[in-house]
Design a protein around this ligand. Structure first.
Ligand code: ZN
Length: 125
C-alpha cells in the first residue's frame, strides 16, 4: 500500500476517491472484500502521501456513481443489492457498454474535477 500510494501521489496531480463508508460496508454483504482491501487505511495513506507530494486529494460523494452512465448521465446502471454482482452493463439510453468499476471511477473523477474547478457541488445529479 505504501509503494502504490507513493507512486500514485507522485504520478498524478489530482486524485479523487469515493467516500464509501468502509465500516458500514464491512457489516454488510461484502464485508470480507472490504476488509481485505484495507480501503480506509489506503485512503488515509493516500491523503498524506498526496499532501507530501503536492498533489491534490479529495473525497467526493460517490452515491449513484455506479448507476449513472458516465457518457450520457442517464441513471441506467444496475441498481440495488442484486445489481452489485453485475460487472458489465449497457446503457439503455446511449448504448455505451460499461465496466462497473471503470464507469464509477469516471463519474467520481468528473465530480472531483467539477469541485476542483469551483463548479457545482460535489455529487452526481
Ligand atoms: Zn448512457
Amino acid at each position: 500500500m505504501h509503494q502504490l500510494g507513493t507512486r500514485l501521489a507522485r504520478e498524478y496531480g489530482a486524485i479523487f476517491v469515493g467516500n464509501v463508508n468502509a465500516s458500514a460496508l464491512a457489516k454488510g454483504l461484502h464485508s470480507k472484500s472490504v476488509l481485505d482491501a484495507g480501503w480506509s487505511t489506503f485512503r488515509t495513506m493516500l491523503r498524506y502521501k498526496c499532501a507530501a507530494a503536492g498533489a491534490w486529494f479529495d473525497e467526493v460523494d460517490e452515491a449513484l456513481s455506479s448507476q449513472t452512465c458516465s457518457c450520457c448521465g442517464a441513471r441506467t446502471g444496475p441498481k440495488g443489492v442484486a445489481g452489485l454482482g453485475i460487472r458489465e452493463w449497457t446503457c439503455s439510453h446511449c448504448g455505451t457498454i460499461h465496466d462497473r468499476d471503470r464507469n464509477a471511477a469516471r463519474n467520481i473523477l468528473a465530480v472531483g474535477r467539477d469541485r476542483l474547478a469551483g463548479g457545482r457541488q460535489a455529487g452526481i445529479t
